[in-house]
Design a binder for this molecule. Structure first.
Ligand code: NAD
Length: 259
């Protein structure tokens, strides 16, 4: 039986792992042809094989504008259309401001914010009209965390970029939204979920009392990618078990206490 988005074409950047992989799976199950873009192209290829004949993998580094341009132009040229762009690439390189090296700050901002700009820019240029662009911000775009200056600032910037892009692209029918996750069990945060005191603090500050799973976030991305959200643009959707209602754990204090 055809899926609800049968024949649509999606590029999922960061699709080899975590939230991006869960999103690629949901889109493929919905009948979408998925192009996985990831700096880990081997991981992406393995994932594409798991999705069967409706997926492929391409190496992309979101900080390399040419590679971002190429994946969107390539997807459009090969499949004749481009409907959905999802950007899940991200890193968090922590450090207190007074100790943080400029290059560490810059790397986080490059991947989380400038990469997000390249994705929106080239996805929008490759699209003729319509379709959806979804970025992944973070609870840290609205809740400050000591030691996460680069990440918090970059994700807050990405949330505002989402709004500006929605304003600029609305007249072409292109919707631009973001999902803002709390703590989600992926390789990115194993250093947090693997420390019992840190995990307990997150649980205590999450009204629904558990971590997110990649699928929890992917469902929200799928909604924003699909026509079910056809009158929503410029939205940053919290998917965090209610964690935005409490406080962000003092992760660095826990880490210092362990040393
Ligand atoms: N896991 C969480 O708790 C959490 C919370 C809030 C926000 N996020 C955000 O969600 C997004 C997905 O994170 P995740 O938890 O699934 O992490 P993950 O590490 O499981 O997946 C990230 C993917 O991005 C790829 N990637 C990294 N740098 C890249 C680059 N320069 N170019 C292309 N691909 C690159 C990685 O190879 C990996 O496949 C990130 O933007 C992250 O900041 C995650």
């Amino acid at each position: 039986m055809p899926g609800p988005m049968e024949g649509a074409v999606a590029v999922v950047i960061g699709g080899a792992s975590g939230i991006g992989w869960a999103t690629a799976q949901l889109l493929a199950a919905g009948g979408v042809i998925v192009v996985i873009g990831d700096i880990d192209v081997e991981g992406g290829r393995k994932r594409a094989v798991e999705l069967g004949g409706r997926a492929e993998a391409v190496r992309v580094d979101v900080v390399d504008e040419e590679s971002v341009k190429a994946i969107f132009e390539g997807a459009k040229a090969q499949h004749g259309r481009l409907d959905i762009a999802v950007n899940c690439a991200g890193v968090n390189l922590p450090g207190f401001i007074t100790d943080l090296e400029a290059q560490t700050w810059q790397r986080t901002v490059d991947i989380c914010l400038t990469g997000g700009f390249f994705v929106i820019k080239h996805a929008a240029r490759a699209k003729t009209a319509g379709g959806s662009i979804v970025s992944i911000t973070s609870l840290n775009a609205r809740q400050a965390a000591a030691g996460f200056a680069g990440y918090c600032s970059a994700k807050a910037g990405l949330a505002m970029l989402t709004e500006v892009a929605a304003l600029e692209l609305g007249d072409r029918g292109i919707r631009v939204n973001a999902v803002s996750p709390g703590l989600v069990e992926t390789p990115l945060v194993e250093g947090l979920t693997g420390v019992p005191a840190i995990q307990a603090d997150f649980t205590e500050n999450t009204p629904l009392g558990r971590n997110g799973l990649p699928r929890d976030v992917a469902e929200a991305v799928f909604f924003l990618a699909s026509d079910a959200s056809s009158w929503i643009t410029g939205e940053v959707l919290d998917v965090n078990g209610g964690a935005h209602l409490r406080r962000y754990p003092d992760v660095m204090k826990h880490i210092e206490a362990m040393q």
